[in-house]
Design a binder for this molecule. Sequence first.
Ligand code: 5GP
Length: 365
Amino acid sequence: TPSKEGKMFIKALFDYDPNEDKAIPCKEAGLAFKKGDILQIMSQDDATWWQAKREGDANPRAGLIPSKHFQERRLALRRPEVLVQPLNVSNRKSYAECGGISRGTDLAGFRRSFRLSRKDKKTNKSMYECKKSDQYDTADVPTYEEVTPYRRQTHEKYRLVVLVGPVGVGLNELKRKLLISDTQHYGVTVPHTTRPRRSQESDGVEYIFISKHLFETDVQNNKFIEYGEYKNNYYGTSIDSVRSVLAKNKVCLLDVQPHTVKHLRTLEFKPYVIFIKPPSIERLRETRKNAKIISSRDDQGAAKPFTEEDFQEMIKSAQIMESQYGHLFDKIIVNDDLTVAFNELKTTFDKLETDTHWVPVSWLH
Ligand code: 5GP
């Protein structure tokens, strides 16, 4: 089994094709992989090129992959905003030589490099001419993440399921379908609001009604996953509201903006992130012809028929989400036909409860 002592697995957070890598000593020796692939590390003897096998291949072949440090460094170089000044040719040479600093890193050293990212920053400070050490944040340069197999035990709480996707993609419809398919099993959070309770509403059902003062205090104390303002009132989803769904032994379904996901990636929530992706623009035109869109979360106005601009906006927004946060997605479901997408979602949930999944090692300590 993959959890055997001494074996080390990483999840690739970027796509890699050795044929397009000018730095690799021998292209044939390289191992191509895609974002999300699980790789077993066979050797880290070389500081720049590791040897790895892809997990799940029928005939896994060991090949060269760029080391974490090497990849981080060259990705950082492509991002001018983290550098005070671009490295000139002579600097570049010293940069290449820097690869030698961590030569001979053993597995323990690699593990340390994940946990002690502050130290990383310090080391990098000396390698790059960064203005401040914290301007170079390795967490913003997704390369690899050390992972381990995890299977939920029956006594454990369910993992938090986070749904992300562009406006109009059908995320709420899918969520609603899932909720009504088994109301005992699935739950959603109750948001907080500062607006007055309406007569037909009860506290703790539609909303948790609180004062503006308390809301502001809670914001300062980081109690919210997200919040917003609408017609002079605050609305927000608290971390405790997620906890209370999980405490009822339910699967908590949460839809948030993708940038909030990184704050939820903790041992407590072990979030499983599902990206609901639009199909091609042609399919959107065909399938959403008679459908309506509620153009924004804060727009209570009546749903309107989709326009060509809505389709284009949806596709563009999905592309941005995928390129910026794709490394945090555990599953991508294309919502072309709603029934098909729903069945895929349902299967994903069933597997989540029974199968073994790869999770960051930091979640199991
Ligand atoms: P109402 O006051 O009519 O119940 O809702 C007003 C608006 O607040 C709606 O558009 C609703 O979607 C939005 N809203 C409800 N809950 C939340 C929340 O947790 N966060 C944010 N940002 N908006 C919310």
